[in-house]
Design a protein around this ligand. Structure first.
Ligand code: AMP
Length: 215
């Protein structure tokens, strides 16, 4: 099964993709994670992406479609994937169709996480992760049980994304509204969009996604 998780920044795509990986053995393909790794490693892609990401603007379509194609080539044909943060433009949606059909794959579902945008700014600006194992936390909604210590691995190193500032989040929202939301009709005409209320608890959202995938 190949699915897209679609929704604005902070809608919970990464969290839910992680759950689907655990529960269904699917693989999360997050272009944001791949680009952050490329920036950290100082690769050519990373150098192209760094300033755009810091500004909350989109990285060129051919760059992200290229890394998605390369990553898919490393996976077996029966390995189900979750596209998280990709596609984000009409050109990427077209590229994804070509990338999938060239590999004998097709999309089964597009899960649209429907969220209240005002709540998202608070969600995003408060989030941080364990620097060692990547567990996600939040200043207001999910502090570690013991202050300053990761619940999962015991590390005391935490990090925040440099683009999780209020100003950058607003630019990222504008990019979503202007370029990403308009691709939904492409998938609606194919009858594969499942709307899920993204404002519930993580478990509620997960249950709704599971129900949608069973359709
Ligand atoms: P994310 O982790 O999905 O919020 O992505 C973080 C940043 O990476 C975005 O604000 C963009 O600058 C860049 N990015 C991630 N995925 C894409 C994509 N599919 N197309 C263009 N830029 C992307």
């Amino acid at each position: 099964m190949d699915i897209i998780l679609l929704g604005p920044p902070g809608a919970g795509k990464g969290t839910q993709a992680g759950r689907l990986e655990d529960e269904h053995g699917m693989i999360q393909l997050s272009t944001g994670d791949m680009l952050r790794a490329a920036v950290k490693a100082g690769t050519e892609v990373g150098l192209k992406a760094k300033a755009l990401m810091e500004a909350g603007e989109l990285v060129p379509d051919e760059v992200v479609s290229g890394i998605i194609g390369d990553r898919l080539d490393e996976l077996g044909p029966e390995q189900g994937v979750i596209f998280d943060g990709y596609p984000r433009t009409a050109a990427q949606a077209t590229a994804l169709d070509e990338i999938l059909s060239a590999r004998g794959r097709s999309l089964d579902h597009v899960i649209e996480l429907v969220v209240d945008e005002d709540a998202l700014v608070a969600r995003i600006t408060g989030r941080f992760t364990c620097g060692k194992c990547g567990e996600g936390y939040h200043d207001t909604f999910k502090q570690p049980a013991k202050e300053g210590i990761c619940d999962v691995c015991g590390s005391s190193e935490f990090k925040r994304r440099p683009d999780d500032t209020e100003e950058t989040v607003r630019t990222r929202m504008q990019e979503y509204r202007g370029k990403t939301a308009p691709i939904l009709p492409i998938y609606e005409t194919r009858g594969i969009v499942r709307k899920v209320d993204g404002m519930g608890s993580m478990a509620q959202v997960n249950d709704e996604i599971e129900a949608a995938l069973a359709l």
